[in-house]
Write a protein that binds this ligand. Structure first.
Ligand SMILES: C[S@@+](CC[C@H](N)C(=O)[O-])C[C@H]1O[C@@H](n2cnc3c(N)ncnc32)[C@H](O)[C@@H]1O
Length: 253
């Protein structure tokens, strides 16, 4: 039986000062930290020097851990230590497999505490002065993964319905599947002039590309945008451009 607690901590979108105070407090008592690839190295500065640090994230060209092995590792560390932090990018429960890990740990008798984090879909647009809701421009927002856009049949996400159902669409992991997603949003009734932006912030120099649904695919074919990216679609993107909150230019610095 495990004696320790696993803290599922959201690290936020990258910038270390966007970690919550509770997340910082859990890191400060950690005896082991198991963390993902999209964690800013500076976030680990709060981990005591004697604590074990284990990276289980996928990095280009390197093997990543399978989920079952990560769960087994956490169970093993919870038997060994009292305080184990499972550090995840953004929020653990938003496209972060936090629910799966919590369920498996609880089934193994391990106590779990969840510490929410600031999710990339909120923080990254905010870093560019892009409000995802705005009175008069957007009364609804959908956070959706683009990861399932290709190859899954029957598809679980109906992009045509999403095109009609929310004013602002925020897509995680959507970069590589935009060639499948964009035509479906157009088929769902979004005009080709609908503003779209690809943004990255918090993990190195900020990067941005803004465009319209009608032209973005050709632009990305010519000049690819490197992941990670948050894709935001809707009138609020146009509002941000109009207010010069984000620059109307491709910026891949
Ligand atoms: C597996 S999901 C994890 C999301 C995370 N749990 C959260 O709440 O932000 C990873 C995706 O989040 C987005 N993402 C995370 N950090 C980002 C950042 N700093 N800039 C842009 N996109 C980011 C990208 O779409 C990336 O593919």
């Amino acid at each position: 039986m495990a004696n320790g607690t696993v803290y599922l901590v959201g690290a936020g979108p990258g910038d270390p000062d966007l970690l919550t105070l509770r997340g910082k407090a859990r890191l400060e008592v950690a005896e082991a930290v198991v963390y993902d690839a999209l964690i800013h190295p500076e976030v680990l500065r709060w981990v005591p020097p004697h604590a074990e640090r284990i990276c289980v994230g996928k990095r280009r060209g390197h093997h990543s851990w399978v989920q079952a092995d990560i769960t087994q590792l956490l169970i093993q560390k919870a038997r060994q230590y009292r305080h184990v932090v499972r550090l995840k990018g953004g929020d653990p429960f938003l496209f972060g497999r936090g629910g799966e890990e919590m369920g498996d740990l609880q089934a193994a008798g391990v106590a779990v505490e969840v510490v929410p984090g600031i999710t990339a879909g909120l923080a990254v647009p905010a870093a560019f002065g892009l409000p995802i809701t705005h009175r008069g421009h957007s009364s609804s927002v959908v956070l959706v993964t683009g990861h399932e856009a290709a190859g899954q049949y029957p598809p679980r996400i109906c992009w045509e319905a999403i095109a009609r159902s929310a004013d602002t669409i925020v897509i995680y992991m959507g970069l590589h599947h935009l060639p499948q997603i964009v035509p479906q949003l157009l088929a769902g009734g979004r005009p080709p002039s609908t503003p779209i932006t690809l943004l990255s912030a918090g993990l190195g120099p900020p990067r941005q590309h803004w465009s319209t649904l009608g032209t973005v695919l050709a632009e990305l074919a010519a000049t690819p945008f490197e992941p990670p990216a948050i894709v935001t679609i809707g009138a609020v993107v146009g509002w941000a451009i109009a207010h010069r909150a984000i620059s109307p230019a491709t910026d891949t610095d």
